[in-house]
Design a protein around this ligand. Structure first.
Ligand code: PBG
Length: 318
C-alpha cells in the first residue's frame, strides 16, 4: 500500500489542510513597520497597516485565522496597554474588521498581561513579606477587562494564556455582563513553563524582569495535572482548549484528545519553530519535509488545529 503516492494518499489516516492552521501576528506601533525578529527568521513585528497585508495573504492562502499579540508603546504595573480601548491589538482588530480578509479568518486575541507590564509577568505583582509575588486574584480583574476590551474591538475568540486560576470563570462572567455572550473562550488550560518560549519573548518583548513563570505555568513533568487544569477550565466555561508547547508534549496532547470531546488546538511555539529554522539554515534538515512532518505529528497526536509560525509556508505547499 506504500508503492505509489496515489496509494499512500488513499490510505492516509491524518490530513492537514490550510484552514487548520492559525498564524500568530505581533502588532507594533508605527506605519510601514516590518521589523524582523532575529531569533525567528521569517517572522516580524508588524505595524497595523502591515498586519492588514498579512491578513490578506493569510486569507488568500486559506488559513483558519490569526492569533494576535501586541507590543504596546509603553508598559506599566497595571498593564494599561492590554485593556485600553485604544491599545495596539484593539486598534489592529478594529482595522482588521473592516477588511474582506476578516470574513474568512477567525481573529483570535491572546489575553495576557506580560507584554504590557513593566515587570514582564503575566499577572499583577504584590509584595508579601520580603518577596515579590504574582498575585492570582488581583490579576483576574485586569485580565477580564482585557478580554472584554478585545472582544469589543472585534476579536472572534479570546484566548487567555496567563495561567492564573479562575480566569476563565472571571472572563466568562465579564464577557456575559458586557453582552458579549457569543464570544467563545479558547483557554490555554495546560500551558507548561517551557524554555521553548524563549524566542517569543524577544518577539513580544515580554521576558520577566525578575524570577520566572514557574509559580503559575505548569511543571513540564506533570501530565495528570494537565488533565485537571483542562477539566477545571471546561467547568468554568471554556469552549475550546489550546495545548502548548507541541512537540515535547505530544503525549499530553494525545491524553487530552482521548479524554475531552471539545475542539482542541496545539501551539507549535517559537522555540520549536526557531530550532527547525536553525537546522534548515545549516542544511541539517530538509525544510519542507521536516516542517510538514512536525505539523502532521501534531495532528496525529490529536490536535484539531495548530497555531504555527509555519502557517503560511505550510499552506503554500498544501
Ligand atoms: C503570553 C504568551 C507566551 C506565549 C504565548 N502567549 C509567552 C510566555 O508565556 O512566556 C509563547 C508563544 C511562543 O513561544 O511562540 N503569556
Amino acid at each position: 500500500m506504500r508503492r505509489t503516492e496515489a496509494m499512500r494518499r488513499l490510505v492516509r489516516e491524518t490530513r492537514l489542510t490550510p484552514e487548520q492552521l492559525i498564524l500568530p501576528v505581533f502588532v507594533c506601533p508605527g506605519e510601514g513597520v516590518r521589523r524582523p525578529i532575529s531569533s525567528m527568521p521569517g517572522v516580524a513585528n508588524l505595524s497595523v497597516d502591515e498586519a492588514l497585508k498579512e491578513a490578506e495573504e493569510a486569507a488568500r492562502l486559506g488559513l483558519g485565522g490569526l492569533l494576535l499579540f501586541g507590543l504596546p508603546e509603553t508598559k506599566d504595573e497595571q498593564a494599561t496597554g492590554a485593556w485600553d480601548a485604544n491599545g495596539i491589538v484593539q486598534t489592529a482588530l478594529r482595522a482588521l474588521r473592516q477588511t474582506a480578509a476578516a470574513k474568512s479568518l477567525v481573529l483570535i486575541a491572546d489575553v495576557c498581561l506580560c507584554e504590557y507590564t513593566s515587570h514582564g509577568h503575566c499577572g499583577v505583582i504584590e509584595k508579601r513579606g520580603d518577596e515579590f509575588r504574582v498575585a492570582n486574584d488581583p490579576s483576574l480583574e485586569l485580565l477580564s477587562r482585557t478580554a472584554v476590551s478585545l472582544a469589543e474591538a472585534g476579536a472572534d475568540i479570546v484566548a487567555p494564556s496567563d495561567m492564573m486560576d479562575g480566569r476563565v470563570a472571571a472572563m466568562r462572567s465579564a464577557l456575559d455582563a458586557a453582552k458579549l455572550e457569543e464570544t467563545p473562550i479558547l483557554s490555554y488550560a495546560a500551558k507548561f513553563s517551557s524554555a521553548f518560549y524563549g524566542p517569543f519573548r524577544e518577539a513580544a518583548d515580554s521576558a520577566p524582569q525578575f524570577g520566572d513563570r514557574r509559580s503559575y505555568q505548569m511543571d513540564p513533568a506533570n501530565a495528570r495535572e494537565a488533565m485537571r487544569e483542562i477539566e477545571l477550565d471546561l467547568g468554568e466555561g471554556a469552549e475550546m482548549i489550546l495545548m502548548k508547547p507541541g512537540m515535547p508534549y505530544l503525549d499530553v496532547l494525545r491524553a487530552a484528545r482521548d479524554r475531552f470531546k471539545i475542539p482542541l488546538g496545539v501551539y507549535q511555539v517559537s522555540g520549536e519553530y526557531s530550532m527547525l529554522k536553525a537546522a534548515f539554515e545549516r542544511g541539517w534538515l530538509e525544510p519542507e519535509r521536516a516542517m510538514m512532518e512536525s505539523l502532521i505529528g501534531l495532528r496525529r497526536a490529536g490536535a484539531d488545529f495548530i497555531v504555527t509560525y509555519f502557517a503560511k509556508d505550510a499552506a503554500r505547499l498544501l
